[in-house]
Design a protein around this ligand. Structure first.
Ligand code: ADP
Ligand code: PMV
Ligand code: MG
Length: 328
């Protein structure tokens, strides 16, 4: 048996635009997915996760106790739920040359699913790390990040950046631009997260931006403008200028909103944070629903968010320097 964990992340700047080669700066946060893996001799993959639920499947069963229920789950629901773990195991088979190997995989995560905090990347990084070690292969952090990226790229229909997976594998603040992935220094940021209890489908949201970008030059310009915000953000980060970082986060949110990936509840939480005196606030990750990230050293934003209708949970997130962690 092998156990690894990996952190989630918030985007300070640059989600979506990073898919088209602009830079982005995600930061790992102290919320982790823990994945336990044991090899199976029968070649099957069995996944246990209390966090994974399927809505909308049909169950037919008879009245007599020996009539087994006939469960009908659409292929797309199963792919959405299982795609990342399945894809991670495919990468493990490929990198170790063990085509027929099977595993029991148990996931225990405190990162909400589909909410922009990078649960998919954390699960994929931890799963690949644990499963390769279970087979006696230890990947370097770079190889691990690369295999995890390939998984997200596959599951998200060929549209993914290396940002989430690199950040989850290495921890800390990172800067990703195309193939170029590096760790950067960031000041200690007073991060507050608001969560609307919902989720967005990363693949669909990315496809929406891609279509807009192809249809309208000004949408392509908006994506390029996000790149400019990120470059300014990098300077503000290295100068430790929190006020400027906050202003640029606000700008970044406006541009994401123009690209159609915000939502009423994300906008409501962003404005609640700004009204409470946050230095800046924006959605994080793919959007559509899920989380916002705000900067506020005082308790005001967290308190205001906790009273904001539509905000299900408000919490502080400590940044973490620790990426993938080998527990056993
Ligand atoms: N705890 C978990 N157990 C099993 N699968 C998970 C878990 N957390 C995340 N996933 C996988 O990741 C998907 C969500 O990833 P995604 O839509 O990219 O959102 P995000 O990465 O922002 O959380 C889920 O549908 C599921 O496939
Ligand atoms: C929208 C995007 O830039 C980030 C998605 O982040 P998340 O899966 O919503 O946490 C997609 C990507 O970079 O692959
Ligand atoms: Mg994801």
């Amino acid at each position: 048996m092998a156990i690894s964990s990996a952190p989630g992340k918030v985007y300070l700047f640059g989600e979506h635009a990073v898919v088209y080669g602009e830079p982005a700066v995600p930061c790992a946060i102290e919320r982790r997915a823990r994945v336990e893996v044991s090899r199976r001799e029968d070649g099957k993959l069995s996944v246990h996760s209390d966090d994974l639920t399927l809505d909308g499947f049909t169950v037919e069963y008879g009245v007599s106790p020996d009539e087994r229920p006939d469960i009908d789950v659409s292929e797309s629901l199963v792919t959405a739920a299982m795609g990342y773990v399945d894809g991670a195991i495919e990468q493990v088979r490929d990198v170790t040359g063990n085509d027929d190997v099977g595993f029991d995989v148990t996931i225990d995560s405190d990162i909400p699913l589909g909410a922009g905090l990078g649960s998919s990347a954390a699960v994929v990084v931890a799963a690949i790390d644990a499963a390769t070690r279970e087979l006696g292969t230890t990947l370097s952090t770079e190889e691990l990040a690369d295999r995890a990226y390939r998984t997200e790229h596959e599951v998200q229909d060929g549209q993914a950046s290396r940002a989430d997976t690199f950040c989850s594998a290495t921890g800390g603040a990172v800067r990703v631009e195309g193939e170029d992935c590096r760790s950067i220094e960031a000041p200690d940021l007073p991060i507050v997260i608001g969560f609307d209890g919902g989720a967005g489908d990363t693949g669909q949201l990315v496809a929406g931006v891609r279509n807009l970008r192809e249809e309208y030059d000004f949408a392509a310009d908006t994506v390029a403008a996000i790149g400019d915000v990120v470059r300014n953000g990098e300077e503000a980060l290295s100068a430790g200028d929190l006020e400027e970082i906050g202003r640029l986060m606000n700008f970044n949110h406006g541009l994401l909103s123009a690209l159609g990936v915000s939502s009423r509840s994300l906008d409501t939480m962003v404005w609640a944070a700004r009204d409470a005196g946050a230095m800046g606030a924006k959605l994080t990750g793919a959007g559509g629903g899920g989380c916002i990230v705000a900067l506020d050293p005082t308790p005001e934003t967290e308190t205001a968010l906790s009273f904001t209708p539509g905000c299900e949970d408000a919490f502080r997130a400590a940044l973490t320097e620790e990426g993938v962690k080998r527990i056993e």
